[in-house]
Structures are given as C-alpha cells and as structure tokens.
Write a protein that binds this ligand. Structure first.
Ligand SMILES: [Zn+2]
Length: 358
C-alpha cells in the first residue's frame, strides 16, 4: 500500500549524469543532461531502447556545445547501436533546438505532435511584414505596461529561428492515445496542453515510467502564458485539465522530467501544482477587490523584481490567470478609451467573499 501511494516526493538517483555521459534509470532507458544558457541551466534528455537502436527524446539547445556533447554520447553511451529515431516532446528551443541536426546526422524519422511541429515551423519561418494599417497589435498595450515594455513584448517570438537549428522538413505525427511501439516496449502518448500547444508525454505501463517533458516538473513550475498570437486563449484551464488527467496514472510511477531529477510521487506533485495555481487564482481575485490592470497585478503573483524575459513570461502568466477567472465569471474586464484593460472582482464574487469572511 505504501508502495502504491507515496507520501513524499523522492528523488531516485544520488547523482546527475556528467556532461556527455548517461545513467541508466530503468531497463532500456538512459538519462542524459545538456547545458542551457539560462537561469535553468540544464535539460534532461532520454534514450529509449528501440529495437536494434535508440530513440532520442528531446534534443537540447542549438549550438556547438550541445553538438559536441551529443558526439561524446554517440561515441560512448550507445552500446554500439545507432540512433534510429528522434522525438521532441514540444516546440521549445531547449527541446527541439538540435532536432534538425540529429535527424540529418542519423537519417532517421522525427516524431512530434501536429500542433508542436507546425508551431515550431511557423515560429522559425521568416516573419512577414504586415502593412501598418492592417495591424491590430494592441495586445501588449492593453496590459497597462509602460510603453518601452510594450515595444519589447511586441517582438514576441522573433528570436526563435536564431536559437533553433533548421527543423526537419517532415515528421511522423504523434497523437493522444497512440501506442508507440519501440522494439518490444509499448509507450502510450499522452498529450498535455497549456505550457505549449500539444505537448507529448510518454507512459510505459510495463515499466511504470512516465516521460513527462515539461508537463510535470519537480521543484519548479512550467510557464503557462497567454501571448499576442492568441490573446483570448485559456491556457491555464487547459494546463490544469491536463494535470488532472495525469492523476489517472499510477501514483508510484517513476517520473522522468525534462528538468531537475527523476522522482516518484506523481500524484503529490500534480496536486501541489494544482493547489499552487488555485492559490494564485485566489490571490488575484482578492487583489481585484480594487480594480487593477494586468501590469499592476504582477507583484501579487510574483513577489520579486522581474527583468526582461522574466517579465514577459510573468505577464503572459498573469494574463493566463486572469483569463481563467474571467471564464469562471469571478472577475470582470473593462477596456477604457485608451484601450487599456482593467479587471475587478465580479459583484457576486465580492459578495461571496464578504460572506465567507463573516
Ligand atoms: Zn517547455
């Protein structure tokens, strides 16, 4: 009983793989790490036994450093077998950055979901110039941010192509519920949403192992953001629905995440993440007893000073919380003559809150 319902999150390995080295974490599953030039300084990649070769899960960032480390892995960690497939869980540059090179180097199939593949292809294509009079790009200004930040936010995904190697020109589509047969192992594809459009997780019932990508991380929370591409999206609803679905997996599954270390305690972590967002939602709702712009709400959600990229991600995340509260009818949004959105608690919600406080 204790085995099937862990009461704590436990990290299963004492060490992390050294540069260019692998650690076997389950039969036929090797764990690698690649460096990232970010505050989050590494990504975990995995090799899955795939018949007479290995399937790579996630690829690392573009650049010479990652490529040299891959070369060391090829030389020392493949047990004399080739790479025979590459899979990217989702479109973010640390996951898909080296996909084109890996696929080209080994001449192997590339696996991704439809939404992730075409998002990555779109973001890496040269931007089209939109005539000034066609622009309807006041998304950033509506947040009430200072003009200089509005300008930065408008640049959006323009830098994507520079941090991702050219993507493979064809792919094999992964879809939710699909069974991916790798040699004699069966992996179930579970699509999660909210962090990216159609994120693939892989679950192996025989090994009771979940490759969770960025969909479930220990210690840190994945970014869940609204961007100017789809300003009325409700990614936090999608994210929380996706987390609840993963509660259907066994509580004692070994989770192999894309960042930090492999762990057990899946249900605990999912519940922590759900509770974290509910807390953030309550904090926002409470703060909106007085009307505020999204920009004015940032200190409520993030109790620290934010800079540059951090600030953009924080704003996207703040909007995601606001959008979910709007969908629940808990808050209202009004646009003033200058086009800036102000949010406030819905009268009924205020009343309920007042009653609860009595
Ligand atoms: Zn990601």
């Amino acid at each position: 009983m204790a085995e099937s319902s862990p009461t704590a999150i436990r990290y299963r390995f004492d060490t992390v793989p050294a540069d260019g080295k692998a650690i076997e974490v389950a039969p036929g599953i090797k764990w690698l790490r690649m460096p990232l030039p970010l505050a989050l300084d590494h990504i975990n990649l995995y090799l899955l036994a795939n018949g007479d070769g290995w399937l790579v899960v996630d690829c690392g960032m573009k650049g010479r450093v990652t490529r040299e480390l891959w070369q060391q892995v090829f030389d020392n960690e493949l047990d004399g077998k080739p790479i025979n497939g590459v899979l990217a869980t989702h479109m973010h540059p640390d996951h898909v950055g080296q996909a084109g090179w890996l696929v080209g180097h080994w001449q192997v199939p590339f696996y991704m979901t439809f939404g992730e593949y075409f998002s990555a292809r779109t973001y890496s294509a040269p931007p089209q110039e939109i005539p000034e009079e066609w622009q309807q790009d006041n998304f950033a200004a509506r947040t009430g941010m200072p003009a200089e930040l509005v300008h930065r936010m408008r640049k959006g995904t323009a830098g994507f192509a520079s941090i991702v190697e050219p993507l493979p020109r064809s792919f094999r589509r992964l879809h939710d519920g699909q069974i991916l047969a790798l040699g004699d192992q069966r992996w179930q594809v579970i699509v999660g949403r909210g962090h990216s459009p159609e994120h693939a997780c892989l679950y192996n019932p025989a090994l009771n192992v979940l490759l969770s990508g960025d969909q479930v991380l220990p210690q840190i929370t994945s970014n869940v953001s609204i961007t100017g591409t789809e300003p009325e999206a409700n990614p936090l609803q999608e994210w929380m629905d996706s987390l609840r679905r993963l509660l259907e997996l066994p509580a004692d599954a070994l989770v192999l995440p894309a960042h930090k270390a492999p762990f057990t305690g899946l249900h605990l972590r999912l519940r922590e993440l759900l509770a974290h967002h509910e807390q953030q939602l309550s904090a926002v709702e409470e703060a909106l007893a007085q009307p505020k712009t999204a920009y004015e709400l940032l200190p409520v959600l993030f109790g620290r000073e934010l800079h540059n990229e951090q600030l953009m991600m924080a704003m996207g995340e703040c909007l995601a919380h606001l959008q979910l509260l709007l969908a629940r009818g808990a808050i209202l949004r009004e646009r003033d003559a200058a086009g800036i959105d102000t949010y406030r608690a819905a009268p009924a919600a205020t009343m309920t809150a007042a009653l609860q406080h009595e």
